[in-house]
Design a protein around this ligand. Structure first.
Ligand code: NAD
Length: 289
């Protein structure tokens, strides 16, 4: 399975938040020209500033040179002006807010800006690729490209095939994934794709174990780390991801798949209602300074 992706040179990354800035960094490090967009200039520039901070850390650790840092940053243009900057782009990767209506409105707009040849990709964690593709004139050139957090460090990209995604589009993106130094897997559209489909019931079971008093949070995490060789325990990992995000994805799996095994644990709901969302609020299963 191969298709040449070398015609892809200019990439728009939409949404300069946690994921978008990391995805922009991945492309710029591999030599692509990157347009990093957000809803305000300040947000787009803050996304580039985050990349600069990360690269500065790599320079201070001796992993890259100052020249390499400059070369990577020079390839990234932060902007809000997609009408001008995206009209000759070859690929767009969307990493904006996880709301279907907003994503659809966004794709409808950019479909009218990017050239016909361009591929459109969404970094959604859970939403339907087919539904987003349906508002564009090119559903065969539309797919999911699910990066993991933080994108410059995590090796995997899950590509998601929507109902109308063409084989050529998939193969082109697999080739591009290799050029980014990533390992890629393909899933047909289904709730949670591969990783979240398996991860959510695993995390949820850890909450049930805690709720039932099977063990302390520390012992649950230690058991999984040492017993299964996981780098993080499920509760520690949940605090890192954010309990609100987990509940959102868990609810989605439960609603879409309709089976009891996906029912979110009541403890998770209670913690989200109490605002104990993990690291970002200073407390989740553990307390943070
Ligand atoms: N956080 C994760 O671990 C993770 C992992 C994989 C996938 N995702 C997915 O990536 C996407 C982004 O998540 P995030 O964590 O980076 O969120 P985030 O809140 O950090 O960033 C989202 C950014 O999108 C911007 N934005 C909103 N509407 C926009 C629009 N119309 N045009 C341009 N920019 C717009 C926001 O201003 C914000 O800067 C979501 O779909 C999420 O599900 C997140």
């Amino acid at each position: 399975m191969t298709a040449d992706s070398s015609w892809i040179k200019k990439v728009v990354v939409a949404g300069a938040g946690q994921m978008g800035s990391g995805i922009a960094q991945v492309f710029a490090q591999s030599g692509y020209e990157v347009i990093l967009s957000d809803i305000t200039d300040e947000l787009a520039q803050a996304g580039k500033a985050k990349i600069e901070k990360d690269l500065t850390r790599l320079v201070s650790k001796g992993k890259i040179t100052e020249e390499r840092k400059k070369e990577i940053l020079d390839r990234i243009t932060p902007t809000t002006d997609l009408e001008n900057f995206a009209k000759d782009a070859d690929l767009l990767v969307e990493a904006i807010i996880e709301k279907m209506e907003i994503k659809k409105e966004f794709f409808k707009r950019v479909d009218g800006i990017l050239p016909e040849r361009a591929i459109l990709a969404s970094n959604t964690s859970s939403l339907s690729i087919t539904e987003m593709a349906s508002v564009t004139s090119r559903p065969e050139k539309f797919l999911g490209a699910h990066f993991f957090n933080p994108p410059p460090v995590m090796k995997l990209i899950e590509f998601i095939k929507g109902y109308q995604t063409s084989q050529e589009t998939l193969e082109t993106m697999i080739d591009l994934g290799k050029k980014l130094g990533k390992t890629t897997v393909i899933a047909v559209e289904a709730p949670g794709f591969i990783v979240n489909r398996l991860l959510m019931p695993f995390l949820n079971e850890a909450y049930f174990a805690l709720q039932e008093g099977v063990a302390t949070p520390e012992d649950i995490d230690t058991a999984i780390k040492l017993g299964l060789n996981h780098p993080m325990g499920p509760l520690e990992l949940s605090d890192f991801i954010g309990l609100d995000t987990i509940l959102y994805v868990a609810e989605y799996l439960f609603t879409e798949l309709g089976e009891d095994k996906y029912r979110p644990c009541p403890l998770l709901r209670k913690m989200v209602r109490a605002g104990k969302l993990g690291r970002k609020t200073g407390e989740g299963f553990y307390k943070y300074k």
